[in-house]
Design a protein around this ligand. Structure first.
Ligand code: FAD
Length: 465
């Protein structure tokens, strides 16, 4: 009897637990990709990320072919139809087992629970595997509750981690015979020239992801602890593009890291590992505190915040026309490349949710709609951290000043000049906050808000709750 494997955010052949286990019987295996535009719309997934995933799928299809595994592509009409589509396909190929790497978002967990019921009802087993390095149920506090603070979680993560968790699965095993032909990868055009150009920045495929990882370890990781905060320097890995679609696994990144270095505090390697643990932490949070995955604040009381939600301000923010160079350059980076530096994500998110007092969920949606590395858990986590509504969040009265952040992290204004070329003749002193005359001369907008009074307003609104 054949097996059926369902792709989720795991577009890879190496270290793919579900795919590898599905291949062990060697009696025929079909891989299924669900091309579900309604689901992507529901989750605000960006067209750039979808196109990038399809380019990766093209590479995967060729490789699967050599292993006698066919790739089927189905297009359920809506998210709720996925279990039925999977069941019908399993029945069609006479599968007795279906394999999947579980995702932790609320919708995905509901879908998998429905899928399990439906399959079992038809005598088919669902085999689920972890999509995180350590299953969220394995890490808890001394009191047996689940962590809400990163540092003790990360300590516990490191204590729990051992070689067993870091065993990476090889590629799937070649099947004796192929059970069907592969489908064509769907045509999904990027209408926007900006997005087409952004796509060219990222080479698809597992091979590309591994090369980026190796290059990062060889050339950048030792300086990471300090350099990671400066957006003009190419000092972070940019692996989020690959991790968020599962083109490389976090487990592969960590096991390769620990092969080449000790996990010693104070080093670039230790800091980078910490960031991977942040990623695991946010997955752990949506798993144990599902309200976070339901567009609600982790800290329930902040669901009552009276957001200002001024539409004009929101539009200016989304276009990079706020009159604050660091905010505008950061948004231009997002629109031009589909990626934004971590420090800038924090600065623009705090500016939107605090100075403009616009609901963080609007910013979170906008990020998802434009990021090539959009990741539900990390995005909601990052936004709620910045808006002070989340787990282990910045206190509400700690509000970054975008001008001083700019002076500190882009002192020479190199990043600003790259994304705001009309300001390139300004000096490193002028560029962070040009005066009225310079703004007029270089056709740059006036600030849309006063930093001091908008800061005060946000503190008042939050402190009342
Ligand atoms: C408001 C906001 C929204 C964010 N949205 C996303 C998102 O949609 N997708 C996403 O992958 N990351 C998100 N992040 C986290 C972080 O900004 C990116 O992961 C990081 O910038 C990716 O660049 P990199 O791969 O070069 O990271 P590196 O610095 O090389 O870090 C390595 C990996 O660690 C993980 N990581 C790093 N920083 C964080 C972090 N703060 N939280 C969680 N994981 C982290 C990522 O997987 C990253 O690829 C967000 C952060 C904020 C503040």
């Amino acid at each position: 009897m054949a097996n059926l494997y369902i792709f989720s955010n795991d577009l890879r052949l190496e270290d793919n637990a579900a795919l590898y286990n599905a291949s062990l019987d060697k009696n025929g295996l079909e891989a299924l990709f669900l091309f579900n535009e309604k689901k992507w719309q529901l989750h605000y997934e960006s067209s750039l990320k979808i196109r990038f995933q399809l380019n990766n799928l093209e590479i995967i299809k060729k490789k699967l072919n050599t292993l006698n595994i066919n790739l089927r592509i189905l297009s359920p009409r809506k998210f709720d139809d996925e279990p039925q589509s999977i069941l019908e396909e399993a029945l069609k190929i006479n599968a007795s087992k279906v394999f999947i790497n579980s995702e932790y978002g609320v919708d995905e967990r509901r879908r998998d629970a429905n899928l399990k019921k439906l399959l079992n009802h038809n005598g088919i087993d669902l085999h689920e595997f972890d999509s995180s390095i350590i299953n969220p149920n394995k890490i808890f506090t001394g009191a047996g509750t689940y962590f809400k603070v990163f540092t003790p979680y990360s300590r516990s993560f490191r204590e729990e981690l051992n070689e067993d968790y870091l065993q990476c699965f090889p590629e799937p095993i070649k099947q004796k015979t192929k059970i069907g032909e592969s489908d064509e990868i769907p045509n999904f055009e990027l209408g926007d020239v900006l997005k087409k150009n952004a796509l060219k920045l990222y080479e698809p495929g597992e091979k590309a992801a591994k090369e980026i990882l190796e290059n990062f370890f060889k050339n950048k990781i030792s300086d990471y602890k300090v350099a990671r905060d400066f957006p003009a320097q190419d000092s972070t890995s940019k692996l989020s593009v690959y991790l968020s679609s599962g083109i490389i696994s976090a487990k592969t990144c960590v096991s390769k890291l620990l092969e080449v270095s000790e996990d010693s505090p104070g080093t670039g390697e230790y800091s980078w590992f910490n960031e991977i643990i942040w990623r695991e932490f946010y997955k752990y949070i949506i798993f144990h505190y599902p309200r976070v995955s339901m567009r609600k604040s982790f800290n329930e009381k902040y669901d009552q915040v009276q957001w200002r939600n001024n539409e004009e301000d929101f539009i200016a923010w989304t276009k990079g026309e706020t009159g604050f160079p660091i905010i505008d350059a950061a948004i231009k980076q997002l629109l031009n490349t589909g990626w934004m530096h971590n420090r800038l994500r924090m600065i623009v998110a705090m500016f939107l949710s605090k100075n403009l007092l616009i609901d963080w969920k609007r910013g979170e949606e906008f990020f998802m709609q434009n990021l090539i590395d959009g990741d539900h858990a990390s995005n909601v986590g990052g936004w709620q951290w910045s808006a002070s509504t989340g787990v282990d969040a910045a206190p509400y009265f700690r509000i970054f000043n975008p001008i001083t952040q700019s002076e500190k992290f882009d002192k020479e204004g190199l990043f600003l000049k790259h994304y705001l070329p009309n300001l390139k003749s300004l000096s490193s002193k002028e560029i962070h906050n040009p005066d009225t005359k310079l703004r007029k001369e270089f056709n740059y907008p006036m600030p849309i808000t006063d930093l001091s009074s908008s800061r005060k307003r946000a503190i008042e609104v939050f402190s009342k709750i």
